[in-house]
Design a protein around this ligand. Structure first.
Ligand code: SAM
Length: 235
């Protein structure tokens, strides 16, 4: 599993949000949250598990909207950041953060309505095993994202501290078939790589984003998008 050790470090966890979601990265944070909300709606009273929840960006957002949510992560340091965020948002009493391995979820079969995994599958050595385990504990829906093989990310992927696994659409389709999941919707986005957005000021990021949105959303540009958001149902 890539990054399993990397995310245990206190300084990595403390800097996680700032490094990725300040400056132009704010619009990535917004877009990812929008993708999760759109997929799950209506969120209120939905029983949700977020695996690899990290600093709780989605866990806290879902709790704020009335979901009954558990965030699970293998890193105590990342969970600590999540607990701080939940406290600041006044939802600490309505969600649960749990340390655990996404490969062996401590829940019975069909326990949740929805299981979410964001920014996780690029770390997975054996994505089928993780998806199968998510499928086991979900009675209805699985939502996740993937970083794409035929995208600008592939140019700098090798330089990332722990590398990352990139997926083609057909590879994910095979994974869905093997794990008995039905595709409801897939949205492709970000022709310009995430790494560019988060390193530039907001104003410039917004200008690049407008071009990205204008050019994107067509069959060819979808093929070159950095990320795909997958909304699937249990068969
Ligand atoms: C890139 S971060 C994503 C965090 C969060 N989902 C987000 O989008 O901000 C990846 C997370 O996966 C967690 N992780 C890695 N391997 C894991 C495993 N086997 N089980 C649970 N969490 C794991 C790491 O600790 C880290 O918090």
């Amino acid at each position: 599993m890539k990054g399993q050790e990397w995310y245990q470090a206190d300084d990595v966890a403390a800097e996680y949000d700032d490094k990725r979601f300040s400056q132009g990265g704010q619009l990535i944070d917004r877009r990812e949250k929008e993708a999760v909300l759109e997929a799950i709606m209506p969120v209120e009273d939905r029983n949700v598990l977020e695996i690899a929840c990290g600093t709780g960006r989605f866990t806290v957002m879902l709790a704020e909207r009335g979901a009954d949510v558990v965030g699970l992560d293998i890193s105590a340091a990342m969970l600590q950041q999540g607990r701080k965020k939940a406290k600041a948002a006044n939802v600490a009493g309505t969600l649960e953060f749990l340390r655990g391995d996404a490969g062996r979820l401590p829940f019975p079969d069909d326990h949740f309505d929805t299981v979410v995994a964001m920014r996780f599958f690029h770390l997975a050595d054996d994505p089928e095993a993780f998806l199968r385990e998510m499928r086991r504990v979900s009675r209805d829906q699985i939502v996740f994202d993937t970083f794409n093989r035929f995208s600008a990310r592939s140019v700098y992927n090798w330089a990332l501290p722990m590398g990352s696994r990139l997926y083609s659409k057909s590879e994910v389709s095979v994974l869905l078939a093997k794990t008995d999941l039905t595709l409801v919707d897939v949205e492709d986005d970000f022709l310009a790589p995430y790494g560019l957005y988060r390193s530039i000021p907001n104003g410039l990021a917004n200008a690049i984003r407008s071009v990205d949105e204008t050019v994107g959303g067509r069959p060819l540009t979808d093929h070159l998008a950095s990320v795909s958001y997958w909304n699937t149902r249990v068969r």
